[in-house]
Write a protein that binds this ligand. Structure first.
Ligand code: SAM
Length: 249
């Protein structure tokens, strides 16, 4: 039986490809990739000639069955995505789930992920956090998602695209308030890497003033909601609490 390796690839800087990742990508029989043309360029850089198989979000469910059968008959496979760690806002979920069901060994080859890279450099509590991936494309749906997170006290992490960054920050201001702290991590590991910490209001102004900052790839790390003060606990709840306390031994 073959093993399915989940291999992280760089998010910009090619030197972030681990030695183990290169070794596994050379050694396996097949590499399942999101975009085979994009991945071939990466593999060429490292002299990897292993055959590629297209596994993108539109065919993932169907092709996962084919790949599982091949694993069962002894083919070893590595799964990669266009950048970073597969399955993190990227395809692979159906394949990995199918492998577990079929009793196939799944082994991660860890490496870059924009989520963890941004969080590690944000200077916000990272012992507990909430990763929301991409927000909805339309403002109405996006505001609903943000509304559900208004009271979330853990650090929030979002992925964002250049054409939505300004609108998303505007919606975040509407829901979380302009004073909430944010770190915008842009173009991580690349030439124009920018880690910018400010309030949401200041970030919005900065993005408007310097449109260069709207280009590239983004992670937004947002401070969690401050703990609720006592005054916000309803008077009735406080009354019941005191009644109960009197009854306690
Ligand atoms: N699987 C990837 C990972 O582990 O980070 C994420 C894939 S997701 C389709 C692509 C999104 O990740 C981008 O839109 C951006 O939000 C974020 N991203 C990827 N590379 C980045 C980088 N170098 N700098 C900042 N954000 C990045």
């Amino acid at each position: 039986q073959g093993i399915l390796y989940i291999v992280a690839t760089p998010i910009g800087n090619l030197q972030d490809c681990s030695m183990r990742a290169i070794q596994i990508l050379k050694q396996v029989d097949l590499i399942a990739a999101e975009d085979t043309r994009h991945s071939r360029r990466l593999l060429d850089q490292f002299g990897i000639t292993t055959p590629l198989y297209a596994l993108h979000e539109h065919n993932e469910y169907h092709h996962s069955q084919t790949l599982t059968s091949r694993l069962l008959s002894g083919t070893s496979i590595a799964l990669i995505s266009d950048a970073g760690t597969p399955l993190i806002s990227d395809p692979g979920y159906y394949l990995v789930a199918a492998c577990h069901q079929a009793g196939i060994v799944v082994s991660p080859i860890p490496g870059a992920s924009a989520l963890i890279s941004a969080l590690s450099a944000a200077g916000m509590p990272a012992d507990r956090f909430v990763f929301e991936g991409f927000l909805a494309a339309k403002s109405g749906a996006r505001c609903k998602q943000l509304e559900a997170l208004r009271q979330e006290s853990r650090t929030l992490v979002f992925y964002e695209t250049p054409h939505r960054i300004v609108d998303s920050v505007a919606d975040m201001i509407a829901i979380f308030g302009a004073a909430r702290e944010v770190v915008m991590a842009r173009e991580l590991t690349k030439v124009y890497e920018t880690i910018h910490r400010s309030s949401l209001g200041e970030l919005f102004q900065w993005l408007q003033q310097d449109t260069q900052q709207q280009k590239g790839e983004f992670v937004l790390v947002i401070a969690g909601a401050p703990p609720q003060s006592n005054e916000e606990i309803p008077a009735e709840a406080v009354r019941i609490f005191h009644l109960l306390r009197e009854e306690l031994p």
